[in-house]
Design a protein around this ligand. Structure first.
Ligand SMILES: NC(=O)c1ccc[n+]([C@@H]2O[C@H](COP(=O)([O-])OP(=O)(O)OC[C@H]3O[C@@H](n4cnc5c(N)ncnc54)[C@H](OP(=O)(O)O)[C@@H]3O)[C@@H](O)[C@H]2O)c1
Length: 264
């Protein structure tokens, strides 16, 4: 049976990938530094949970033994863990090579190289490592998740202002839609005639102004706060206003933000 390992299988994207791969009948291994306890909602029935740290290498060789494909959904937001994320991805690729893994698949963000913000530059560096790796690789470039957009509104609502950055639109995608693409790409990448390096873009079903998404979020959640147009300064604002976060020709998701909100 094909064995798929999900590096970061307890995270937002990783959990959806584990669930999708289990549902398709693969043998699935979730690998993270902390293994959730038995009744934890982050666990997916039927998956095998292993503890390993891809940054230090602790436990990695054992966790990857016998794996056919690795799907990397690791993340770090700040500090040394963020700075070292590109070298963590390089270490993962090297460990996968030593373990005779046939393909590594990375989840990252569309056009990250075009935003000078540190987090996006880290994402771009990881993608370059995959694109130039000696390993067979696939990079899935996804648009922002519904969770991320909702998180911005939720944070603002705590101080009574639901932000609607002027001139900004999103094409948000559900983690389960991204997961379907990642698992399909991992499976396709195991075919004998699969190209050595593959790049795929995965966008949500539609492009919406941030103001429209804010109104949808407010009406679905019933949270208080005024939807407030405001400028977003800095390189991320420039990136978003230029629409670099959008891939309208590469729709992969079917779950709209409003449907995702309704299902929660
Ligand atoms: N958020 C978005 O809108 C968005 C959009 C497009 C693409 N993405 C991509 O999606 C990726 C995943 O994001 P996410 O929000 O799902 O991340 P997340 O929820 O923070 O999950 C990160 C996962 O990685 C594990 N992890 C972190 N460092 C590790 C290490 N050194 N060794 C082993 N496991 C480690 C974490 O578990 P432990 O902490 O227990 O180790 C966790 O399972 C990001 O890198 C980004 O490229 C995100």
């Amino acid at each position: 049976m094909v064995v798929i390992a999900v590096a970061g299988g307890t995270g937002i994207a990783g959990r959806a990938v584990v669930a999708d791969a289990v549902q398709r009948g693969y043998s699935v291994r979730s690998i993270s530094r902390k293994v959730p306890p038995a009744e934890d909602p982050r666990r997916v029935d039927g998956a095998d949970y292993r503890e390993a740290d891809f940054r230090t290498g602790h436990g990695v060789a054992a966790a990857l033994a016998g794996v056919d494909a690795v799907i990397e959904t690791l993340d770090a937001r700040t500090g040394a863990a963020l700075k070292s994320l590109p070298s963590t991805s390089v270490a993962l690729l090297a460990a996968a090579g030593r373990a005779d893994v046939a393909r590594c698949v990375l989840l990252t963000i569309v056009n990250a190289a075009e935003c000078s913000m540190g987090y996006y530059q880290v994402q771009a560096a990881r993608a370059r490592s995959y694109e130039s790796s000696a390993m067979p690789t696939t990079v899935v470039y996804a648009t922002q998740f519904h969770n991320l957009v909702a998180g911005v509104f939720s944070a603002g609502a705590r101080v009574g202002l639901i932000p609607a950055f002027t001139g900004v639109s999103f094409q948000p995608i559900a983690a389960v839609d991204v997961a379907r693409v990642l698992v399909s790409e991992a499976a396709a990448g195991l075919a004998p005639d699969a190209p050595r390096h593959v790049a795929v873009r995965a966008g949500g079903p539609s492009v919406w102004s941030m103001k429209a998404l804010a109104e949808q979020w407010k009406s679905a959640t019933g949270r208080h706060g005024v939807v407030t147009p405001m400028p977003l300064p800095g390189s991320f604002g420039t990136f978003l206003r230029a629409g670099k976060n959008l891939v309208p020709d590469d729709v992969a998701g079917s779950i709209e933000f409003s449907d995702w909100l309704a299902s929660r």
